[in-house]
Design a protein around this ligand. Sequence first.
Ligand code: GLU
Length: 446
Amino acid sequence: MDLKKLMADLEAKNPSQPLYLQAAKEVLETIVDFVNENPQYDKYAIVERILEPERIVKFKVTWVDDKGQIQVNRGFRVQHNMAIGPYKGGLRFHKSVTEDTMKFLAFEQTFKNSLTTLPMGGGKGGSDFDQTGKSEGEVMRFCQAFMTELQKYIGAETDVPAGDIGVGAREIGFMYGQYKRIRGEHVGVLTGKGLEWGGSLIRPEATGFGAVYFLEGMLKENKDGIKGKRVALSGFGNVAWGAALKLEELGAKVVAISGPDGYILDEDGITGDKIAYMNDLNVTRNNVVAPFAKKYPSAKFFAGKKSWEVKVDVAIPCAIQNELDEKDAKTLIANGVKYVVEASNMGCTAEAVTALQKAKVGFAPGKAANAGGVATSGLEMSQNSMKLSWSAKEVDEKLNAIMTSIHDNCVKHGKGKDGYINYVKGANIAGFIKVADAMIAQGIAY
Ligand code: GLU
């Protein structure tokens, strides 16, 4: 595999897609040696084939707002790779969504889903719909219009969407209702469903829980423990919420968390009802975290700043891509950070990752560390197929086992001669092998 040529071709083919190029470059740079040591992958042009999504569906979403005005949004579904199972991945509703965002996320999802050990291919979808300030009726009408088009392309055995930024239980409910209305079937076509109608226990907490289980694996590898570790988060969504719950349970201390308008510092720790209040604030819908400091006197609000300036042992970005840049990474390093765990997808810029790895900070990429969400979606699919529900304990144990296996697989393929674990390399190689071998076995199909 000729890395330079592949990258040049990719840049020429995708000139206005910097996020997709960033995600692809990271994978190519870390798998190149492995691919060159295993000539079957070049023989079957696996890398060239994996770089091209199997299908991109782009559609118009027209809906009527509360004032009676007609609104037009864009909808997407990228069906990236189906080699190991039905396309699987979330739907993101956020003003920043473009075809580039969808392509990078679907590409990442293929590797992530492969790592989970479950049979799920990679996909991603969403819309540039911004729900800030929208009424519940407007969100419902948007979701119904979106699903009216999306339902043509998905199915319980072909493509199973779920939530992501801007899509939680409420939106999944509205979309599921519309799918059911049009198709007349009650099947596991979406995950993240309500418990009464096919959802799984632990799914809302799963991404955050999984990231903390992954962190535990990293700590164990260094003969270190989680108790008493100071942690900074970002995000205020269900990922940060799940992480905060698990961190508290295991004895770590979350001292800072940031949102769109600034960050909260609370030296007493963000625990108990403060974690519940994170959900009540509904930051995805309202865009502000400042009220947190008004409610809790121990909390201080720093307008327009990120929580990465606080002295912590562990930083867990839980918001959006490229939310932690090189400057943030250098500040964290100067303050003695030991672990950075991406709970968001590609939460760190490429420069930030390089700086962290150079400083030998333990760095876990999102496709490994945040795989707990989609893994639990996979467990929801299993329960739907069996028409049975597992207890919270059963799901949590399975999630923990999956995260441990992902961690160990990253170590297997990412441990260097000096003992430093390159989790990015480990995750990319481990994720690649399963998809690549399945593609070879299935002949020249995609
Ligand atoms: N959006 C989540 C992710 O980035 C979950 C996807 C899913 O559950 O299908 O992995």
